[in-house]
Design a protein around this ligand. Sequence first.
Ligand SMILES: [Zn+2]
Length: 69
Amino acid sequence: MISPAAKRWIAAAKVLGRDAQAIVRCPGNDDGVLQAHDEIYARDPTLIERYLVCSVCGARNVLRMKAPS
Ligand SMILES: [Zn+2]
């Protein structure tokens, strides 16, 4: 069973995985916009972790993806 909020997180991750500047509403509470920032994944520097954080309620998720070359 996937909750509606989980589905919204997946949709948000697809958009923000392509474009970190995209404007995506908070999947948890629809109360703000997700901010994305990238960090090198320490255990594998060919990967980055893209942190998605709601600026209002602090809901967050992390995508692990190939580092842009
Ligand atoms: Zn929020």
